[in-house]
Design a protein around this ligand. Structure first.
Ligand code: GDP
Ligand code: IMO
Ligand code: MG
Length: 435
């Protein structure tokens, strides 16, 4: 299993960080391949909580090679702050690398993100306002600034000037901000470049080397399938491809280097920001799940919308990512809810029914889940370490998912802690020694 991609199978926050942290012990390289600091990946280790926005979730293993790939958009202020915080907590950063080809989030990207949302008013996407969309837009317009540009002041100044020029009109209200002054910005980013210089590298060859030596590369996804810019619930999506397929372009490897693709999904569904959500529970039960699952954004602190497990969306995610394994997290959050519902198709207006995820935005906006009811359980499952120890109804809930999707469940989350994970036996080789 030399190339293993971990992606979110829903709308993000499925618990990818925790899964990658667990797999990192066996990995020779962990590499992020898309997104930016819109991501928030939480890891709870020995009672300590770590929140990563850019740095790969494998960094807690001393010396572990952890790369931020070319497909990621990097806010150098966030990255240096994250590095400082980890240093303060005595985390070894000697294995950290960041691609010289990764694009930079600049101050004007953040302003344009805010401005864009304000202009949309009621139609806003609910972005994290981290400048992700405008940064990827500049990348596609060939006006992007990359990490390598930080190392040459003259080039940096020229590129900032060229990138700002077409934005003058939109940035007019902010023209007096010192952070937008060409010379101030150039100087600030030159200093940031100096601070990051030791980490800047050509990251694709790091992956090639590990793959050539039959080592394990874990490709760490951010966001989730339904936030993918092509295949998600457009326009309520992020600005990158979040699918497993993006691991190749965003890290610099060919598709034949990917051996396995695991999708991470909660035992229910959440989404932050606006957009369709057919199985949403806009009631006390939804609130109960939010409280039990601590469903508040890692990045923005916003309350996450909650709902029942959606197998129509999950089957779509399985197909579009080519999932070979499924990780179900937060099963413990459902304890005490009886009965449980799982959506197996969508119902539209006028009696229409959809077995498959609808491509049409208007249909999706009006779709509701059509549910199968399953009995719940009341036993505390956080101490369970094998499937056999789970209550019979929890086992039946998981069997229903695996049978519906025809994909093996490889891991089951029963709590936020590192040890609170059941390894089903489908991925025995990757089980960390500590588990
Ligand atoms: P990510 O963005 O996919 O890495 O997920 P987040 O870190 O944003 O959100 C997942 C949250 O759920 C984090 O606070 C995790 O500590 C927590 N978590 C992960 N797995 C489990 C689990 O199995 N049970 C519970 N109760 N919490 C979990
Ligand atoms: P992780 O990696 C959940 C959502 C935002 C918004 C939309 C667009 O922690 O799972 P953006 O700032 O990307 O332009 O916002 O995408 N979003 C996420 N939702 N988890 C994330 O990351 C997200 N990253 C972006 O809430 O709806
Ligand atoms: Mg998150």
């Amino acid at each position: 299993m030399p190339g293993l991609v971990i992606i979110g199978a829903q709308w993000g926050d499925e618990g990818k960080g925790k899964v990658v942290d667990l797999l990192a012990e066996q990995a020779d390289l962990v590499i992020r391949f898309q997104g930016g600091n819109n991501a928030g990946h939480t890891i709870v280790r020995d009672g300590d909580t770590f929140k990563f926005h850019l740095i790969p979730s494998g960094i807690l293993y001393p010396g572990k090679l952890c790369a931020i790939g070319n497909g990621v958009v990097v806010d150098p202020k966030v990255l240096t702050a994250e590095i400082d915080e980890l240093r303060r907590r005595r985390v070894d950063l000697s294995g950290l690398r960041v691609s010289a080809n990764a694009h930079l989030i600049m101050p004007y990207h953040k302003l344009l993100d805010q401005e864009g949302e304000a202009k949309l008013g009621k139609l806003e996407i609910g972005t994290t306002r981290r400048g992700i969309g405008p940064c990827y837009a500049d990348k596609a317009s060939r006006l992007g600034i990359r990490l390598q540009d930080l190392l040459d002041e003259k080039i940096l100044r020229k590129k900032i000037y060229a990138a700002m020029e077409p934005k003058r009109a939109m940035l007019r209200p902010y023209a007096k901000l010192p952070e937008l002054d060409l010379h101030t910005m150039t100087e600030e980013f030159r200093i940031l470049g100096h601070r990051l210089e030791t980490f800047i590298a050509d990251t694709a060859p790091l992956a090639w080397r590990v793959l050539d030596d039959e080592g394990l590369v874990v490709f760490e996804g951010a966001q989730g399938t339904l936030l993918d810019i092509d295949h998600g619930t457009y326009p309520f999506v992020t600005s990158s491809n979040t699918l497993a397929g993006a691991a190749c372009a965003g890290a610099g490897v060919g598709p034949r280097s990917i051996d396995d693709v695991w999708g991470v999904a909660k035992a229910y569904t959440t989404r932050v920001g606006a957009g369709p959500f057919p199985t949403e529970l806009d009631d006390v039960l939804g609130e109960r799940i939010r409280d039990a699952g601590h469903e508040f954004g890692t990045t923005t602190g916003r309350a996450r919308r909650t709902g029942w497990l959606d197998l129509v969306a999950l089957r779509y995610a399985a197909r579009i990512n080519g999932l070979t394994g499924l990780v179900i997290t937060k099963l413990d959050v459902l304890t005490g809810i009886d009965p449980l519902q799982i959506a197996v198709r969508y119902l539209g207006p006028e009696g229409a029914s959809f077995e498959d995820f609808p491509y049409h935005q208007s249909i999706l906006h009006r779709a509701d889940g059509d549910y199968v009811e399953l009995p719940g359980w009341n036993e505390d499952i956080t101490a369970c370490r094998s499937v056999d120890e789970l209550p019979r109804n929890a086992q039946a809930y998981l069997d229903f998912i695996a049978d519906f999707l025809c994909i093996p469940i490889v891991m089951i989350g029963v709590g936020p802690g590192r040890a609170e994970m059941i390894w089903t036996g489908a991925a025995e080789r990757l089980r960390p020694a500590a588990a």
